[in-house]
Design a protein around this ligand. Structure first.
Ligand code: GLC
Length: 638
C-alpha cells in the first residue's frame, strides 16, 4: 500500500491538517530525519501537485480527503463474518472437511473459505487444478448450501505459457507490459514483453494502466463467476517479482497510463490499485446488482473505492499482533478502512494463546480472517483444543451478534470516510495522551478496545479518555481521563463502552442469513448520546437507490442527586428512536437491555403504553425489557 498522505497535529492537538502528495513516482517524506528543523517531501519525477487540507478536526480532514480520493462501496454483510484461509486448503476433500469441521464438529460460526494458489492448474490464474478440484462448481454449490462463500486468489502475473488460454488471449489482445526497445510510440510500446518469475515461473504482466487491458482482465472473471466464486483476492499486485526483496517490473518498462504513455517508475504505485479496479469493474459487469468483493494487497490513495485489504505477510509473534493496531489505524486514517491482519500470523507457527488474543482483537477489526503460510501447522479456531476452542467460538459468536453495530460503522465510513477502527485521537484530539496510543483503539462510536499484547499477561493498563465508560463484561462504570489497570484473563478482552451509547446486536448465527433476524437487541449504556443503526438487504446495490433504513437513537438519563462523586442510582431513562428510509427489516420486536442497573423500574412505557415484560438480566447487572417497535421508551425508578 502506498498512500502519500501526511496527517499532522499542531497547538497541542487543536489544529489538525492533512497533506496529500498526489504524485505516483517513487517519492519520499523526510520529516526532520536529515535536518531536525526541516520537513520536506518530493518525488523522482512528475509534478509538485499536493493538497493541503485544514481541519481543524482530523475527522474533517479525513472526510475531505475521502471526498477527493473516494469512499468504499458497502461490502455485502457476509464479508463482515469470520473468514478462514490458509496457503492452501486443497484438495476438494480437505475443503469439504474444513466446512464440516466448522458446521458439524466444532460449531464455530464462519462465512467464507479462501482458496490460495494451489487451487489453480500450475498457478495459472483463472484455471482450476482438475485433479485437486475436479468439479469446482459442484463443490462451491455444496458450500453455498451450507452457508459458506468462497473467495479465490488471483495473482497479477500471467504464466508465459503459449498453450494457456489467458496467456494466448493476452498476447492476441496485446495487453502485456513491454520494454521500450528505443523505438516505440509512447502510448503503445511495441518492444519485447517484460517477463518476470512469480509462482508459475516466468510471467507476463497485464498493463492495468490501460483501459483496454482492464476491460480484458475484468472479462476473464467470467471463468470464476460461472463456477459460483463469490469474491476475489488479488495478490502479488505491487507487482511482486521473485528476486531480492523489492523486486518488481523495472523502472523503464512502458505503460499506457490512460493513453498518456510513460514508464513503470510512474505506474508502479498505481499498478495494484488499477488491477483491483479492473477486477471490480469486471465483477460489476458480470453481476450488475451484486456488491463486488475484492481484496487487494497493493493499492494507492483511493484504492478504497474498489477493494478491501489485509496487512500483508505478518509473523506469528506478539510484536506482529501489536503491529496490527498501528497498521489498521493508519490505513483507516488514509481512507483505506476495511482491513485486518492474518489472524494468528502468516509465517512461523502460532500458539493457542497467541491465536486467541489475536482473534479477540480481530473481532473488532473490519476484516476478520485467519490465514497462514504454506507448511505452517493448522491454524483454525480449534487447532489447540481447549480452553482455546471454547473461547474462540465465543468471540466469533460475539462478532456475529455485533454485525448490526459493525455494519453501521461501515455505513458511516462509506458515507463520509470516517474509519471503522479509529485511533483514540480521532475522538479526543485535544487530549495529548491519545496522540501516541498505538495499543488500543476505538471501534465505531461506542467501543474502546484494549487487546492483550503480551504473552502470559492476565491484566493490562488501559487509557480511558474523558467521560464515563462501562466495562463490557461487568457493567462497572469507570471515569476518564484515567489510566486504569484491568483484569484480562485469557477469556477476557479488555473492552469498554462509552456511556450514552445504544449498541444494536443480532441473535447469534453460524453465518450471515442463516435465518431471518427475529429480534434485535438494543444494549443501552445509560448516559447522554446519539447512536445510529444502518440496515439494508446486505447484498444488493439497492441501498444506493434509497433502499435502506437509518435509525437514530437519542438517549438521555437522569440520576438521583448526591453529593458524593460516585455514580448515583438512575432515576429516569429516555430513549427516542427515529427511523428514516423505506427498507423493512425482518424483526418485529426489540429487546432492550439497560446496563449497569439491577433494580426493576417503578414504571416503564413505550409510546405511553406500559411494558409488560421487564426482568433482571441473568448477568445480575442489567435490566431486560421486551418491547415492540417503539418511538419513545421511558423507564423510571423509584
Ligand atoms: C503472498 C500473500 C499470502 C499468500 C501467499 C501465497 O505471500 O501475501 O497471503 O498466502 O502469497 O499465495
Amino acid at each position: 500500500m502506498c498512500m502519500p498522505m501526511l496527517l499532522g497535529l499542531h497547538s497541542q492537538g487543536r489544529q489538525g491538517y492533512g497533506l496529500f502528495f498526489d504524485n505516483t513516482f517513487r517519492g519520499q517524506f523526510d520529516l526532520g530525519a536529515t535536518d531536525p528543523n526541516v520537513a520536506s517531501f518530493g518525488a523522482e519525477g512528475g509534478e509538485l501537485r499536493y493538497y493541503f487540507i485544514y481541519g481543524p478536526a482530523l475527522t474533517t480532514v479525513i472526510e475531505r480527503y475521502t471526498e477527493l480520493t473516494g469512499r468504499m462501496i458497502l461490502p455485502p454483510l457476509w464479508v463482515l463474518g469470520y473468514h478462514q484461509s490458509r496457503w492452501s486448503y486443497y484438495p476438494e476433500a480437505r475443503v469439504r472437511k474444513l466446512a464440516a469441521d466448522f458446521r458439524e464438529v466444532h460449531h464455530v460460526p464462519c462465512d467464507c473459505i479462501h482458496l490460495d494458489i494451489h487451487y489453480m492448474d500450475g498457478y495459472r490464474c483463472f484455471t482450476w487444478d482438475s485433479e485437486r478440484f475436479p468439479d469446482p462448481a459442484g463443490m462451491i454449490a455444496d458450500l453455498h448450501a451450507q452457508g459458506f462463500k468462497v473467495i479465490v486468489i488471483i495473482d497479477a502475473g500471467i504464466k508465459a505459457d503459449h498453450r494457456y488460454w489467458v496467456c494466448q488471449s493476452g498476447l492476441e489482445q496485446d495487453v502485456f507490459c513491454k520494454y521500450p526497445d528505443g523505438k516505440t510510440l509512447p502510448s503503445t510500446g511495441s518492444g519485447h514483453r517484460f517477463k518476470g518469475p512469480v509462482w508459475p515461473g516466468n510471467c507476463y504482466f497485464p498493463d492495468f494502466t490501460s483501459p483496454r487491458a482492464r476491460t480484458w482482465w475484468g472479462d476473464l472473471y467470467k471463468a470464476l463467476t460461472d463456477t459460483g466464486v463469490d469474491g476475489v483476492w488479488n495478490d502479488m499486485n505491487e507487482p511482486a517479482v521473485f528476486g531480492p526483496p523489492g523486486t518488481t517490473i523495472p523502472d523503464f518498462v512502458r505503460h499506457d497510463l490512460e493513453g498518456r504513455g510513460g514508464y513503470h517508475v510512474e505506474a508502479h504505485n498505481v499498478y495494484g490499485m488499477q488491477l483491483a479496479r479492473a477486477t471490480v469493474e469486471g465483477l460489476m459487469k458480470l453481476r450488475p446488482d451484486e456488491r463486488p468483493v475484492c481484496i487487494t494487497r497493493s493499492g494507492w490513495a483511493g484504492v478504497q473505492r474498489y477493494a478491501m485489504s489485509w496487512t500483508g505477510d505478518n509473523e506469528s509473534n506478539w510484536s506482529s499482533l501489536w503491529l496490527t493496531m498501528p497498521m489498521v489505524m493508519s490505513l483507516g486514517l488514509c481512507g483505506m478502512a476495511n482491513t485486518g491482519p492474518d489472524i494468528g500470523g502468516f509465517s512461523g507457527s502460532t500458539t493457542g494463546e497467541l491465536f486467541t488474543r489475536w482473534l479477540q482483537m480481530g473481532v473488532f477489526l473490519p476484516f476478520l480472517r485467519a490465514h497462514t503460510a504454506i507448511r505452517s501447522p493448522d491454524q483454525e479456531p480449534w487447532s489447540w483444543g481447549e480452553p482455546y476452542l471454547s473461547i474462540n467460538r465465543r468471540y466469533i459468536a460475539l462478532r456475529y451478534r455485533l454485525l448490526p453495530y459493525l455494519y453501521t460503522a461501515f455505513w458511516q465510513c462509506a458515507r463520509n470516510g470516517l474509519p471503522i477502527v479509529r485511533p483514540l485521537l480521532l475522538a479526543c484530539q485535544d487530549d495529548a495522551t491519545t496522540h501516541t496510543l498505538d495499543d488500543q483503539f476505538l471501534c465505531g462510536d461506542a467501543f474502546l478496545v484494549a487487546p492483550v499484547i503480551e504473552e502470559g499477561a492476565t491484566r493490562r493498563s488501559v487509557y480511558l479518555p474523558a467521560g464515563t465508560w462501562y466495562d463490557f463484561w461487568t457493567d462497572e462504570t469507570l471515569r476518564g481521563p484515567a489510566r486504569v489497570e484491568v483484569q484480562a484473563p485469557l477469556e477476557q478482552l479488555p473492552l469498554f463502552v462509552r456511556a450514552g451509547s445504544v449498541v444494536p446486536m443480532a441473535p447469534p448465527m453460524h453465518y450471515v442469513g442463516q435465518r431471518p433476524v427475529d429480534r434485535l437487541t438494543l444494549h443501552v449504556y445509560p448516559g447522554e448520546g446519539i447512536s445510529w443503526l444502518y440496515e439494508d438487504d446486505g447484498e444488493s446495490l439497492a441501498y444506493r437507490r434509497g433502499q435502506y433504513r437509518l435509525t437514530r437513537f437519542a438517549l438521555s438519563s437522569a440520576r438521583t442527586r448526591s453529593r458524593s462523586k460516585e455514580e448515583t442510582p438512575l432515576s429516569r431513562l429516555d430513549l427516542h428512536r427515529r427511523i428514516e428510509g423505506p427498507y423493512a427489516p425482518t424483526y418485529r420486536g426489540l429487546e432492550v437491555i439497560i446496563h449497569g442497573e439491577n433494580r426493576l423500574p417503578r414504571a416503564a412505557t413505550t409510546d405511553g403504553q406500559p411494558i409488560e415484560r421487564c426482568e433482571l438480566d441473568d448477568s445480575g447487572h442489567a435490566i431486560r425489557l421486551h418491547v415492540g417497535l417503539f418511538e419513545r421508551l421511558v423507564v423510571e425508578w423509584a
